[in-house]
Ligand binder design. Structure first.
Ligand code: PLP
Length: 372
């Protein structure tokens, strides 16, 4: 009845966690900022509606937005791309899907971080390619260029990178990004770099492989930086010949990103930096609290350098998740993110400081299930 291709793909275990509700439940499973979109973007949406900006836009997105993105890429990432080499997408999700559909053939292998964002595995499989996990290493979940090199075979087509990372919060160091970019050039592989958490970063600096190689496809979005998850707006930039291929999917699939979301995104990019700074400062405060509390409980945990997740080792993840739920705290079991996520859980700190405090008090009651 349904396509056989979909057989190996499971429904997201994180989506399921989104839906857990209850008066006394504290949901640390949620992967979206609990902030409002910037005031200027709200106004831009209202203006867009009033001005009748509710029709199809050019396939690639409105020129003003693509110009603003090109400017951002140059100033923030030192990447020179023509606005014509940018497609505005329906979130980073569409960009990922499009990349897989346009670039992956049957038998192609794609190296994906493990643990990593669920869509990588699914998108590669939906394109009938083969995901090959890159085991992230050590307490800091390093993406090691040498490990990547050892996984490259004759069918390898692309490498997916994600820094700062979902679910670990790890930030890949400049030297590692550079080494992976050089490796991709040497082996003629494409890098697909998912940079949606670029701006949610604490002590470290973000580096994009696009600074070091032309072979990089950069995916970014407005969901996380500007709390616009529901507006479904992101973008992709790639070398010209790749853009032409991506358009074959984008044109026939979504036609264009929502017009009013494009207006909101343009306003966000032009808006004051303090809006993002304010959110990041609050995330840092919550991260520090959660990290301190977990460590005081004896839960082994890296201090994440970015995003809004913590990914501690808890031993039996099923037991931990169940016990946490009994205490009214929702967390996501680590194996949802791949084999190497097992024995961990993902805590999101995209919820208020006070709720995190309360959640940590409750977790303290179940530390007997964690092997020290
Ligand atoms: N990439 C990563 C690493 C994510 O964590 C998410 C959302 O959770 C996405 C992409 C999807 O972002 P968007 O809302 O722009 O589709």
């Amino acid at each position: 009845m349904y396509a056989r291709r979909l057989k190996g793909i499971s429904l997201s275990r994180i989506r399921k966690m989104f839906e857990v509700e209850g008066e006394d439940i504290i949901n640390l499973g949620i992967g979206e900022p609990d902030f409002e979109i910037p005031e200027d973007s709200k106004k831009a949406i209202i203006d867009a509606l009033e001005e009748g900006f509710t029709h199809y836009t050019p396939n690639k997105g409105i020129p003003e937005l693509r110009e603003a993105i090109a400017k951002k890429l140059k100033s923030d990432n030192n990447i020179k791309r023509d606005p014509d080499d940018i497609i505005v997408t329906v979130g980073a999700s569409e960009a990922l899907y499009m990349c897989a559909q346009a670039l992956i053939d049957k038998k192609d292998e794609v190296l994906i971080p493990d643990p990593g964002f669920l869509s990588y595995n699914a998108c590669v499989k939906l394109a009938e390619g083969k995901p090959i996990p890159i085991p992230l290493e050590g307490k800091n979940f390093r993406t090691n260029p040498e490990t990547i090199e050892s996984l490259i075979g004759k069918n390898t087509k692309a490498i997916i990178l994600n820094s700062p990372s979902n679910p670990t919060g790890a930030v890949t160091e400049k030297d590692d990004i550079k080494a992976i970019a050089e490796l991709a050039e040497e082996k003629n592989l494409i890098i697909i770099s998912d940079e949606v958490y670029e701006k949610i970063i604490y002590e470290k600096k973000h580096y994009s492989p696009g600074q070091f190689t032309e072979n990089a496809i950069i995916i970014n979005g407005f969901s996380k930086t500007y709390a616009m998850t529901g507006l479904r707006i992101g973008y992709i930039t790639a070398p010209r010949e790749v853009i032409e291929e991506l358009l074959k999917i984008h044109q026939y699939n979504t036609a264009c990103a929502p017009s009013i979301s494009q207006a909101a995104a343009l306003s966000a990019l032009k808006g004051p930096q303090r809006v993002v700074d304010h959110m990041v400062a609050e995330f840092r405060r919550r991260r520090n609290l959660m990290h301190k509390r977990l460590n005081n409980m004896g839960i082994e945990c890296n201090k994440p350098g970015g995003a809004f997740y913590m990914f501690p080792y808890v031993g039996d993840e099923a037991k931990f998740t169940e016990k946490a739920l009994e205490e009214g705290v929702v967390v996501v079991p680590g194996s949802a993110f791949g084999y190497n996520g097992k024995d961990h859980v993902r805590f999101s700190y995209a919820t208020s400081y006070d709720k995190i405090k309360e959640a940590m008090d409750r977790i303290e009651n179940i530390t007997d299930v964690i092997p020290i």
